[in-house]
Design a protein around this ligand. Structure first.
Ligand code: GTP
Ligand code: MG
Length: 313
């Protein structure tokens, strides 16, 4: 299988929550654990293996002014930081929704875009309006929309026309939705996965089939249809947030098992609801939701699950 490497820049002002989200998604921290993180000094690099053949090079850039100034100073031969903005596939810029220096936050974002326009003009831009838990529920949508229209305007000034934004918080499942979308946009073999998922769903007449990456529990793809905005279409009164909620619940479950020093989380079955969470290979777990489980014979279900595993082995 071809190996792919991708460089992701995680940018935003100090305290906006960059290292917190990185630690939760990729290092098994709980939201509580992030309180002991100190400010990031300079840049922390992580090389994360994803789906076996992808390496995500995540550059978590410390956001204190002294570091931001050093990344953003004008290009010249003596600036050893010039390489930061080169060969970037994805920028994830984090904004603290409670910031009292919004103008300065946007100014810094503009400077980052300016650097990227010169060094990585094809880079994809994601913005996270973060710490949404601190905003009253009925004010969240409005605040997000205002911020997004300002940030979209800023992006188009620098030639980046399709920026994608998410409201996020480490205290709910929204973080998983954002990161599944970011990482999902980078998987080169996504169409192969989609085809398999579709085929299995049809063959087994499933209610739903979701593929999760095993260590992060990010959603790789699912059988649910998407609309033009790349959002899942709601069917049969199913919760539109079910994907990220399942990620969050499974990740928390896995952490609890780990803290109890019990065996690693392998598989989980809730037959009375037709739910089977199975191990597919070194990198993937499948979440299978069976239609009318009361009509199905257990042996048949077991045989089908074995066949699904074979398709991913
Ligand atoms: P620098 O490394 O200095 O650039 O900061 P950072 O962006 O990495 O911030 P960090 O992740 O260290 O988070 C700072 C604080 O914000 C921590 O105490 C986190 O617990 C808290 N925090 C992170 N995300 C959230 C969130 O979604 N909601 C709330 N309420 N607090 C958060
Ligand atoms: Mg940090």
């Amino acid at each position: 299988m071809e190996q792919t490497k991708a460089k992701l820049l995680l940018m935003g002002r100090s305290g906006s929550g960059k290292s917190s989200m990185r630690s939760i998604i990729f290092s098994n921290y709980s939201a509580f654990d992030t309180r002991r993180l100190g400010a990031t000094i300079d840049i922390e690099h992580s090389h994360l293996k994803f789906l076996g053949n992808m390496t995500l090079n995540l550059w978590d850039c410390g956001g204190q002014d002294i570091f931001m100034d050093s990344y953003l100073q004008d290009n010249n031969e003596t600036n050893s930081k010039n390489h930061i903005f080169q060969m970037v596939q994805v920028l994830i810029h984090v904004f603290d929704v409670e910031s009292d220096e919004v103008l300065k936050d946007i100014e810094i974002f503009s400077m980052v875009l300016q650097k990227l326009r010169n060094s990585s003009p094809n880079c994809k831009i994601f913005v996270l309006i973060h710490k949404m838990d601190l905003v009253q529920i009925n004010k969240r949508d409005n605040l997000f929309n205002i911020m997004m229209s300002k940030l979209k305007e800023t992006c188009s000034m620098y030639g980046f026309d399709d920026v994608k934004g998410f409201p996020t918080s480490i205290w709910d499942e929204s973080l998983y939705k954002a990161w599944s979308s970011i990482v999902g946009s980078m998987i080169p073999t996504i169409d192969v996965y989609r085809k398999k998922v579709k085929k299995i769903t049809e063959l087994m007449n499933l209610k739903e089939f979701i593929l999760f990456e095993k260590t992060t529990f990010l959603v790789v793809c699912s059988s649910a249809e998407k609309n033009n905005d790349n959002e899942y279409v709601t069917v049969d009164n199913m919760d539109p947030k079910r994907f990220e909620k399942i990620s969050n619940v499974l990740k928390t479950y896995k952490q609890s098992i780990y803290k109890l020093k019990a065996n690693n989380f392998q598989e989980l079955q809730i037959p009375e609801h037709g739910i089977y969470i199975i191990n597919l290979n070194d990198n993937l777990m499948g979440f299978i939701n069976i239609n009318k489980p009361e009509w199905m014979n257990n042996n048949l279900i077991e045989k089908n699950l074995q066949k699904v595993k074979l398709m991913f082995s």
